[in-house]
Design a protein around this ligand. Structure first.
Ligand code: HEC
Length: 234
């Protein structure tokens, strides 16, 4: 058999295979020569996957969906703070590690954790945006505790910011928004630390406390008034 015959035979073979793999029914794919490629072996996200069975490093978790490596930080979780950022400023970004959810840490946060943001126009606009999406249904447009689900009767009374906020610190507000309190849920998954601080500035504005308290911006004008200097310190 010379080279031309070999080529002719293999061409004929290829043609036969090509013809045999097509069916007359256009809705059928015909014969599949490499089925693993046509029908890949996909695993559902939360089903058991033999690749991560009991021999896996964890020894327990065999889900197809793998957990992120321990210590993974989601993009955007940590802010672009300058090198001069204080530990106190950074504390709120790793808040849950520094302040577990108990009443002692509610008090500690109240004393130590401070808002790293200033109430600029952009910050307050962002705070209002978040408030409108996440908080207004309960707390109401002006923070009086008369949001639509309270008015509908589906939800019991919610505290008014004007009553409650003057009695707590911004650190305690941060603690509550992070972990939830009473009937209010946690917002640590829905809101970044930055957004939690921004919404705090917005509700402080609603209740006229913190930087919005009467006389807060004009401390220089009231040096003789001892009561105004005592108020913001804790
Ligand atoms: C489902 C209704 C509901 C939603 C939504 C809600 N809250 Fe609350 N909030 C409450 C209730 C109820 C309380 C009173 C909790 C208590 O003292 O038991 C409260 C209390 C608070 C307090 C006082 C915390 C303290 O330590 O006493 C702050 C601050 C606050 N909410 C902020 C927010 C912010 C900001 C949002 C949106 C990100 C929000 N809330 C969303 C129901 C809600």
């Amino acid at each position: 058999m010379n080279i031309y015959q070999t080529i002719r035979l293999s061409l004929l073979g290829a043609l036969l295979i090509a013809l045999a793999s097509c069916g007359s029914d256009k809705r059928q794919p015909g014969r599949t020569f490499v089925p693993d490629m046509a029908y890949s072996q996909a695993y559902e996200t939360y089903t058991k996957n033999p690749a991560f069975g009991k021999d896996s490093l964890s020894g327990v978790d065999s889900f197809s969906a793998r957990l992120p490596v321990a210590g993974t930080i989601p993009r955007g979780l940590l802010p672009e703070l300058s090198d001069s950022a204080t530990d106190q400023e950074l504390a709120s970004y790793l808040y849950k590690r520094n302040y577990p959810n108990d009443s002692l840490n509610y008090a500690n946060a109240g004393a130590n954790v401070k808002n790293p943001f200033q109430p600029t126009k952009e910050v307050l606009e962002r705070g209002k945006h978040i408030y409108t999406i996440h908080c207004i249904v309960c707390h109401g447009e002006k923070g009086a505790g008369d949001g639509s689900i309270v008015q509908s009767g589906a939800y019991p009374q919610v505290v008014s910011y004007a009553d409650r906020l003057p009695t707590i610190t911004e650190g305690q507000m941060f603690h509550t928004i992070t972990y939830g309190k009473g009937l209010m849920g946690s917002y640590s998954a829905a809101l970044t630390a930055e957004d939690r601080w921004k919404v705090i500035l917005f509700i402080e504005q609603l209740a006229a406390v913190g930087p919005f308290a009467k006389g807060a911006a004009t401390t220089a004008a009231a040096p003789a008034d001892t009561t105004t200097t005592a108020a913001p310190s804790n």
